[in-house]
Design a protein around this ligand. Sequence first.
Ligand SMILES: Nc1ncnc2c1ncn2[C@@H]1O[C@H](COP(=O)(O)OP(=O)(O)OP(=O)(O)O)[C@@H](O)[C@H]1O
Length: 473
Amino acid sequence: MTPAPLDLTALLADYDAVRQWAIQSMFDTMEDFCEGTVIVDHEARIVWINARYAARFGFADPASAIGRPVEEVIPHSQMRDVVRHGKPQLLDIMQAAGQESLVVTRLPLKDKTGQVVGAIGFALFDQLQSLSPIVAKFSRLKEELASAQESLAQARKPKYSFDSFIGSGEAATEVKRRARRAAQMDSPVLLLGETGTGKEVLAHAIHAASARAGKPLVSLNMAAIPETLLEAELFGAVAGAYSGLERKGRIGKFELADGGTLFLDEMGELPLALQSKLLRVLQDKEFEPLGANKVIRADVRIIAATSAPLAQQVESGAFRADLFYRLNVLTIETPPLRHRVEDLPALCAAVLEGLALTCGVRHISAAAVEYLRHYHWPGNVRELRNVLERAIMLSDHSELQVEDLAPLIDAGTLRTPLAVADQDYQSAMKAFERRLLEDALKSAGGRAALAAQRLGIGRATLYKKMTALGINR
Ligand SMILES: Nc1ncnc2c1ncn2[C@@H]1O[C@H](COP(=O)(O)OP(=O)(O)OP(=O)(O)O)[C@@H](O)[C@H]1O
């Protein structure tokens, strides 16, 4: 005979009785099987603890634990948190010094009006072996978090000091003098200079020698972040506040740099809308993250750098004049390498010394240094490093010679007479324009916006010219 189907409706008619019975039964089972039970009042004082649990914490008589603040008996207890916030902690791992870890559940106890009157805690396991995969994952995540935090802290420390800025000629000495003065002050610093002239080196050195040295140095390259993500990157965002690949909330660079220095590289790339937000932060020292209704205060010193002609951008309306004046307090211009060739011997020596560890000890002949003086160095010290590094890789000479360097230097940028003999004016101008745009794009790493900015023309104009001249990026 098939059994009659269960009459759920009839059962649930007495739902309250079932619930009472289930609560009682669950409580008895938990008490019997778990490693320990504790109940605290609304001030997180113990009102009840079972004998086994009390004994684990050194209280032979559970009565002697009654009335004590819970942490006095169970040192790592989070019961106070549950009482305070009224939220259950369904599963947690409690690590007690010198003891096995415990898996615990903590639940708030509420009266009929919903008021929290205490909390009950169950220690479910002290033999964590049965949970070893979860615990192993938990420990691994904790280790990963610790190492990520450590490398983040490292990344926020300055990499360079004033000694890293090589050069003792007049121009380099003046740059270092101004930068040392800037380190003594707290106003914004504006670093102007071609690419590869050491603006980032100086920004690090200024921070390292300033009163903020113990606090983070956070860097952001405006040209490297898509415009749509820049606001969240700078000011932070609550989850889902912006549409990007990542819709999670994020802490902005301003908040990360609190108390320290924020190095904003390629400042000229900051879109106009964000320029006004940045200006407000500089004036009021506070800002609102994207999608948040709260205002955050941040005490941050700005060091801005750009290789674009910022003053020209102000004139053309691409950069706000008020922000420019706000930033243009302590301005330092890093000279291009071709204007300080007197520093070439020292720079070569420093670069070769830096590479000695990985590439072996190498020197450079006086004739080779002399040869380097005549080059235009559009990529400045960065390009010098690159040329020397490649020369070392390709040559076996312990002392680099002219013939090791000559093939590595872009002869197109040497100051040679223009080959215009067979060309009419129109085609010579076209050839010149093509080379100018190609060089600008190359030195801007293919970024049309940056190339246009450096040339002082609009992005749309650049694209039009590129199409007309058949230039691909
Ligand atoms: N005066 C200097 N002394 C020693 N190394 C330098 C100097 N200037 C630049 N360098 C080296 O050249 C490279 C580029 O320097 P840095 O990044 O500071 O230039 P930058 O002006 O910030 O360039 P960009 O505008 O492209 O960001 C780095 O490897 C740096 O160590």
